[in-house]
Write a protein that binds this ligand. Structure first.
Ligand code: SAH
Length: 347
């Protein structure tokens, strides 16, 4: 019989489960705290629990961990990129960044990705599987333990499409914001999607205080179809309608991600079209000079082009920022490390 994934359980679920196996209620709270607050890797580390009980737990439950396979530290800004190994031997990536206000981690939500965005490295090896809530949490635990720090902000912008792993991502959000666990504020969490429209409506109904980021990357279907296959399923108009609805009903500002790719989506016309389509929406645009990936021919827009694009948006009343690129010497954008590691092993 396969063991139960204990770190994906809520405290109430753990209490019920412990009740069924005859353990007292307070044991569930102890174990939950070890798992979530302390981020322990094994039952062995739970020192206020007897040896017998620990081995009983070990027989019934499994703790899904992330162990460090590779770690790269940027010489410029101390950004840390991890290649983590999961219990089943798969690899995922996370990035730890230090800002003035604290530490932010960028976590993965799937092993690989099926969305197929043309410029993205995460999608190159195809899709392998969804992460469990516990495996998303474990990325935070592993980074905190490694660097001996507390993480205050989370972005779900690593490998994978979070809304394509909706159930486990929602469970992760419930666990990570729990005051008996890591207790990270929902306001400090951003979730990024390439635009799974029905799931945006589902998320809307939950009225969470998180920030929704939408990877738009193009102002119209002609360009977006070429670089993001998801657009053929839900087009720009359907996506922006969902976004407008989201901002209206939640009063939360949406952040549009726009990777600037030279000659593809970075002309003045694109900026004007984008400004017209976002007019009046509670949103801001985050321009990101595209990270170049060796497997495709895309190159990043020049600094001058990015500035001109930003200025057109700003003149038309769209709040725009140009994202500072951290960890540029360690390929901090996701997917690249897992891919090169796989190639090394198979090569
Ligand atoms: N699947 C989600 C989250 C993961 S990707 C999404 O699509 O939003 C996180 C962000 O990085 C997305 O905005 C994605 O489009 C962007 N991205 C991927 N590859 C990139 C590259 N080579 N250069 C710049 N941004 C990239």
């Amino acid at each position: 019989m396969s063991k139960t994934d204990i770190k994906s359980m809520t405290l109430n679920e753990l209490r019920e489960s412990f009740n069924e196996i005859g353990l007292q209620r307070f044991r569930a709270e102890q174990v939950y705290s070890w798992l979530h607050k302390n981020g322990v890797y094994s039952f062995e580390e739970m020192t206020n629990i007897s040896k017998d009980m620990r081995s009983m737990l070990d027989e019934k439950f499994e703790i899904y961990n992330c162990t460090i396979e590779k770690k790269l530290v940027s010489e410029y800004d101390n950004t840390v990129k991890y290649l983590f190994k999961l219990n089943d031997g798969e690899f995922i990536e996370s990035v730890l960044m230090k800002y003035k206000y604290g530490y932010t981690i960028c976590v993965s939500t799937q092993v690989g990705c099926k969305m197929g965005c043309a410029f993205c490295a995460s999608t190159l090896g195809g899709y392998c599987r969804n992460l469990k809530a516990s495996e998303i949490l474990s990325q935070i635990h592993a980074a905190q333990r490694d660097c001996d720090i507390r993480i205050s902000h989370i972005v779900l912008m690593g490998m994978g499409e979070p809304l394509d792993n909706y159930e486990q991502v929602m469970r992760f959000l419930e666990l990570v914001t729990d005051d008996k666990g890591l207790n990270i504020s929902m306001r400090h969490i951003s979730l990024s999607t390439c635009g799974l429209v029905p799931k945006i409506y589902d998320l809307l109904d939950k009225h969470l205080q998180l920030t929704l980021s939408v990877s738009l990357h193009a102002p119209n279907d002609e360009i977006r179809n070429k670089i993001m296959p998801v657009n053929k399923r839900w087009n720009v108009n359907e996506l922006l309608t969902a976004c407008r609805e989201y901002t209206k009903r939640t009063s939360r500002r949406i952040s549009f991600e726009y990777a600037m790719i030279s000659g593809v989506n970075d002309t003045d016309e694109c900026a004007k079209e984008l400004a017209a389509k976002l007019k009046g929406m509670l949103c801001h645009v985050n321009l990101i000079p595209a990270n170049e990936v060796s497997e495709n021919d895309f190159s990043r827009s020049t600094k001058k082009r990015v500035e001109a694009f930003a200025s057109i948006l700003q003149k038309r009343g769209i709040t725009t920022t140009v994202r500072r690129s951290l960890g540029s010497d360690i390929n901090a954008s996701c997917g690249q490390l897992r891919r090169s590691h796989k190639a090394e092993k198979e090569g």
